[in-house]
Design a binder for this molecule. Structure first.
Ligand SMILES: Nc1nc2c(ncn2[C@@H]2O[C@H](COP(=O)(O)OP(=O)(O)OP(=O)(O)O)[C@@H](O)[C@H]2O)c(=O)[nH]1
Length: 331
């Protein structure tokens, strides 16, 4: 049984690049009078998301190098334990999962661990959907026994934010809605641009629907194995020196135009010659843009980039980024 004094936990999920960090930043900046502890998990060999989450008063815990739904679940339980010992410091907890996480094992944590269950309560699973890129991921054929994360994320959602409606026309939006409804008949759907939703709709869900989770997966409350699609991986690159913006744009443009179907997500915090600020690069399949980040000041200029997708060619990606250096250095 949960008592009213339990701390609510929101799990923010959604496929790679769907807008989770955008929503998180909105939650951290809007005046809602609540103190929020954030647990962030990212998929990728190099941590980049910490630099993309706005500097807030809130405490942000990072969990890298593994997927929250399996290998780092122990880390999640440890961080939650730490938070419970300081529970007077915050009003709620928000967990942002990687874009490749199955939210079910994360949700299970709140029902299977007695100590956690007695102090924390899962308020809801909020799933972000990228209206422009969802459909191919839903139709992605997986090997036997490997679940489709995009489907699982929608199936277990209590609330769905149908994001990036600016990128699709009415017909595509209707089709995405129809497919989402097919997978999840009950969750409220909120359409959004830049995850601009009424925060009450995502923060005060009022209770994860355990009975629906059990309908979806009768073994929900049992410890079980699940498998990820091993053809999807990440390549992280760290490169000292400065890049030339023209070369970078030409390389990324060509790369994503030709390989963007398989490169699901790309992001980078890059050092560009002549630019005192960090250049923040964000790509989702073939769409990409760049914005100014915080100034380098006196720090060493090291670019960091992460590519996540299917059958990535590490050597080609490394050579490609290296080829954008203002003064190429031999490998
Ligand atoms: N056009 C458009 N772009 C958006 C919208 N919402 C977010 N984006 C952009 O999409 C990219 C990915 O957004 P994020 O919020 O980083 O997505 P994410 O789900 O946290 O990504 P991962 O953590 O890598 O899975 C960024 O470049 C955002 O600026 C939207 O409604 N419309």
């Amino acid at each position: 049984m949960t008592s009213p004094s339990t701390v609510p936990v929101t799990v923010l999920t959604g496929f790679l690049g769907s807008g989770k960090t955008t929503l998180l930043n909105r939650i951290l900046t809007e005046q809602h009078g609540q103190r929020i502890a954030v647990i962030e998990n990212e998929f990728g060999e190099i941590g980049i998301d910490d630099a993309l989450v706005i500097d807030a008063e809130e405490e942000v815990f990072e969990m890298n190098n593994g997927c929250i739904c399996c290998t780092v679940r122990g880390d999640l339980i440890r961080i939650l334990g730490t938070l419970m010992r300081r529970r007077e410091k915050f009003d709620r907890i928000l967990i942002e999962t990687t874009g490749l996480a199955d939210p079910a094992p994360v949700a299970q944590t709140f029902f299977m661990d007695d100590e956690i269950g007695s102090q924390l309560r899962l308020d809801g699973i909020v799933t972000l959907v990228d209206a422009a890129h969802l459909l191919p991921h839903l139709d992605d054929e997986k090997p036997d026994g490997v679940e489709n994360e995009a489907v699982e994320q929608i199936a277990f959602a209590d609330r769905i934010v149908l994001n990036k409606t600016d990128l699709v026309d009415g017909a595509q939006l209707a089709e995405v809605r129809r497919r989402v409804r097919e997978i999840n008949a009950l969750a409220e759907i909120h359409e959004a641009v830049q995850a601009d939703v009424d925060l009450a709709a995502v923060l005060d869900v009022g209770g994860f629907d355990l009975s629906r989770a059990l309908d979806l997966d009768p073994a929900f409350l049992e410890e079980g194995e699940h498998q990820h699609d091993t053809s999807v991986g990440s390549v992280g690159i760290e490169l000292p020196g400065e890049l030339e913006i023209e070369k970078l744009n030409a390389w990324l443009g060509e790369l994503l135009a030709t390989k963007g179907a398989d490169i699901f997500r790309s992001k980078g915090i890059l050092a560009v010659r002549g630019m005192p600020e960090r250049y923040v690069f964000q790509g989702v399949h073939m769409l990409f843009d760049g914005t100014q980040g915080v100034p380098w000041g006196g720090e060493d200029k090291v670019s960091k980039a992460v590519f996540i997708g299917r059958n990535l060619d590490r050597a080609a990606l490394e050579a490609g980024l290296r080829g954008c250096l203002a003064q190429p250095v031999p490998a």
